[in-house]
Design a protein around this ligand. Structure first.
Ligand SMILES: [Zn+2]
Length: 271
């Protein structure tokens, strides 16, 4: 990911020179990239706190180490999303052993994440939390309907996983079944459990689409509760939206807004 600064990968990038606009970073060393990934993982975790995605100790975010991609940085167990900082992140291996860090990790969560990461070497980051609207929508066992431009960003790019539905996912077998069913999708609605997002790009991308997916679940529940039959987006429009406003770069770009706000107002994140 993010190997080189690419020009104009999106219609949102300004053609006019000299304007302030986020640029994809490039890194001279693994250490530089690790620092970036850890700081952005912390910001993603704090963004989840700001959105009220906490539920006790549930919820976990992971990003691969750039130098040792078989290892993942993750948030410490029983630390509130809002109190995660660079110094309390944990580095763990596939089996859930802590390689670096002093905190324990969430074993149930890690089984799911490590299985998906292991089955999909291209996935660099994942997010999961027990959110109100995501959990509510996941009880329906239905994929999202294409009722908005935002939902269209998930067109043919999310899957409902019924395997191990409602059972706490501490067993490795259940993690593997989720990993197989995840496929090439950006997101999974784990029935009777909650939302999962994955990114082949960055933790920023995984985190933003998680926030977006929770919002899509909320919007669909609101529309259904209204009793009014919604108009749906055509397949052509859904594909266009997914390509232009629903790609990985756009997920990363959306998240820079949150990153900058959190970095400016919560400088203890860098401790
Ligand atoms: Zn969970």
């Amino acid at each position: 990911m993010l190997d080189a600064v690419e020009k104009r990968v999106s219609i949102y990038q300004p053609e006019q020179e000299g304007l302030i606009f986020p640029e994809l970073p490039s890194f001279a060393t693994h250490a530089e990239e690790r620092k970036y990934r850890k700081e952005h993982l912390v910001a993603a975790t704090r963004a989840f706190g700001m959105h009220g995605f906490d539920y006790g100790f549930a919820g976990h975010l992971t990003v691969r180490d750039p130098e040792r991609p078989e290892l993942y940085w993750t948030n410490p167990m029983c630390v509130h999303f809002s109190q995660v900082k660079v110094s309390n992140l944990v580095l763990a291996d596939h089996a859930g052993n802590v390689v670096e860090g002093t905190h324990a990790i969430n074993r149930a969560g890690f089984v799911l994440h490590s299985a998906v990461h292991e089955a999909h070497p291209d996935i660099v980051a994942m997010c999961h939390a027990h959110t109100t609207y995501g959990t509510a929508w996941c009880a329906t066992g239905r994929p999202l309907d294409m009722i908005s431009q935002d939902a269209a960003c998930f067109y043919n790019n999310h899957v409902v996983i019924g395997a191990s539905a409602g059972a706490v996912a501490v067993e490795r077998a259940s993690g593997q079944s989720v990993a197989e069913l995840f496929g090439q999708n950006r997101a999974a609605l784990h029935q009777n459990h909650g939302l999962l997002t994955a990114s082949r790009h960055s933790i920023d991308d995984a985190a933003f689409w998680f926030i977006a997916l929770e919002r899509c679940c909320q919007v669909q529940l609101l529309v259904e509760a209204s009793g009014v039959k919604p108009q749906t987006v055509s397949e052509k429009s859904a594909l266009y939206s997914r390509e232009h406003v629903g790609n990985d770069f756009i997920g990363w770009l959306h998240f820079q807004t949150l990153y900058d706000q959190i970095a400016a107002t919560q400088p203890d994140m860098f401790e």
